[in-house]
Design a protein around this ligand. Structure first.
Ligand SMILES: NC(=O)c1ccc[n+]([C@@H]2O[C@H](COP(=O)([O-])OP(=O)(O)OC[C@H]3O[C@@H](n4cnc5c(N)ncnc54)[C@H](O)[C@@H]3O)[C@@H](O)[C@H]2O)c1
Length: 256
């Protein structure tokens, strides 16, 4: 059974740990780490309630200690953490599962370093649908890939009554300007035609209650349009519930 270390015990980290202990993800959770040690302690206590005698993960004081006993490091902590983990995990020949996918296009040496060390980097489709078709389409000629994200203005720090485009441009720049909430643009770029060619529009829209992602692709294959209307997770309104479920589904595939 694959051994997982978890970095980041917030909304997504807790749900992934929970899915491991509920045997939805057939793996062992061997270590947990968070810059806020209280988050680790709280998670361990919760896992204790459902562990049914299964060994609890070690609560680690350093990233290195957390990474050492694992086969796969699961990041649920933020873009900077991805960089920190990559620096430690790849020389130790550990694979990496990334939630903060934006980091992979912000620092494109991460994937290169993984390859150099014979390690794999995984990421989930997150809050959008159809990445499999995007990857397939990109093997042929693709004319355009567009992501149109609509968000409630409040979530972008705006108080407006009419819709307003807050960003229009390359995925590469979207990820830099909205690092906390544009992982979908990164995932779409990596699966498809890359961060320079993937076009992103972020709209503050008072008509939407939740984050909505529309993906439009045209090419020799024809045309794909998908639209995902996401319900936020109850504990972190910035994180879509579908993103959590997609992480669990993807991890399950990887470790099986
Ligand atoms: N791929 C996707 O579709 C998708 C969707 C939602 C969120 N995300 C990303 O996943 C990440 C986690 O989201 P969340 O909702 O669980 O956030 P959260 O804020 O609920 O939890 C993050 C946790 O990570 C910890 N942390 C922060 N920096 C750290 C570091 N350097 N090392 C160790 N721990 C650290 C925090 O203390 C916190 O407990 C975020 O970066 C978010 O952007 C990705």
């Amino acid at each position: 059974m694959k051994k997982i270390s978890l970095v980041g015990c917030g909304t997504i980290g807790r749900e992934i740990a929970n899915a491991i202990y509920r045997k939805i993800i057939p793996a062992k959770l061997v270590a947990i780490y968070d810059i806020n040690p209280e988050s680790c302690r709280r998670l361990k206590k919760k896992l204790n309630d459902i562990s049914n005698g299964v060994k609890l993960p070690a609560v680690c004081r350093t990233l290195r200690d957390a990474i050492r006993p694992s086969d796969i490091v699961v990041e649920c902590a933020g873009q900077k953490a991805v960089r920190e983990i990559a620096a430690v995990a790849f020389p130790m020949k550990k694979d990496l599962f990334v939630m903060s996918v934006g980091a992979l296009i912000r620092w494109n040496d991460i994937i290169k370093r993984a390859k150099k060390n014979g390690c794999r980097v995984y990421f989930p489709s997150g809050a959008i649908a159809g990445l499999d078709a995007v990857a397939a389409a990109s093997l042929g000629k693709v004319d355009s890939v567009r992501l149109i994200t609509r968000k409630p203005p409040k979530s972008l720090g705006l108080d407006i009554s009419r819709e307003k485009t807050v960003f229009r441009g390359r995925a590469r720049d979207a990820v830099r300007n909205f690092p906390a909430n544009i992982n979908v643009a990164a995932a779409l770029s990596i699966a498809g035609i890359g961060q320079e060619k993937t076009q992103v529009e972020i709209i503050a829209d008072p008509k939407v209650q939740t984050n909505t992602h529309r993906v439009e692709i045209t090419g020799d294959f024809g045309r794909i349009t998908t639209c995902t209307e996401n319900i936020p997770s109850p504990t972190n309104p910035k994180t879509s519930y579908l993103a959590i479920l997609s992480a669990i589904a993807e991890l399950r595939k990887i470790v099986e």
